[in-house]
Write a protein that binds this ligand. Structure first.
Ligand SMILES: C[S@@+](CC[C@H](N)C(=O)[O-])C[C@H]1O[C@@H](n2cnc3c(N)ncnc32)[C@H](O)[C@@H]1O
Length: 188
């Protein structure tokens, strides 16, 4: 058995900061073949609230959402509003279970685009349906962040947020041709 990443609900870390919650616990699972396989259990820290109730194509850049953190995380959000943009990591919980084992998919389910490996796409249908988006941080009130442009539906569990830093931007990144086609079609 591996030791948990955090030793639980201790009151103070070694650095003297208060530890409010412990959320990640790797487990070792023994498979029927006798091999060990590691799993990670994530506990959401927050939930998305907005007017988009179903997955699908939306004008996400215009969507205003709140990210409502569970009690106990207010101190962990201290000074985040010094940043104009944040990264939001979320669990796309409405991604169908039966789809998650697909190896390939058409980007944005468009049959006119070549099928590619799911890890070469941003599809919500993937083995671990984690989403990651850079969004504008419009405000913070206590445990609640207001963001613009988050492409997650109402009720989506959030597993982490981080500040967006200048070094996160790569202006000359190489991408395949289908990405240019999608961008071109979106601008029509
Ligand atoms: C293409 S994914 C990309 C997410 C993120 N920007 C990324 O790159 O990881 C965004 C789409 O996932 C779908 N979606 C959003 N929240 C979801 C949820 N909680 N469960 C299932 N699908 C979701 C919506 O249809 C949305 O257009």
């Amino acid at each position: 058995m591996l030791a948990p990443l955090s030793q639980g609900f201790q009151q103070r870390s070694r650095q003297g900061y208060r530890v409010t919650r412990a959320v990640v616990h790797p487990e070792v699972v023994l498979t029927s073949e006798g091999q060990t396989q590691e799993r990670i259990a994530l506990e959401p820290v927050a939930r998305v609230m907005n007017d988009v109730k179903e997955p699908g194509m939306h004008q996400w850049k215009d969507v205003v959402s709140t990210i409502e953190f569970k009690p106990g995380f207010e101190e962990s959000l201290d000074t985040i509003d010094d940043f104009s943009h944040i990264l939001v990591l979320f669990w796309m919980h409405r991604s169908p279970q039966w789809d998650r084992s697909l190896a390939k998919t058409h980007p944005q389910r468009r049959a006119d685009l070549p099928p590619v490996g799911v890890f070469a796409t941003r599809s919500p249908v993937r083995p671990n349906p984690l989403g990651m988006s850079v969004v504008e941080l419009a405000g913070r009130e206590g445990n609640v962040l207001t963001v613009k442009g988050l492409d997650a539906i109402d009720g989506t569990p959030v597993v982490d947020v981080k500040p967006y830093l200048p070094g996160d931007s790569i202006t000359d990144a190489r991408v395949p041709e289908w990405v240019h086609r999608l961008r071109h079609d979106a601008s029509d």
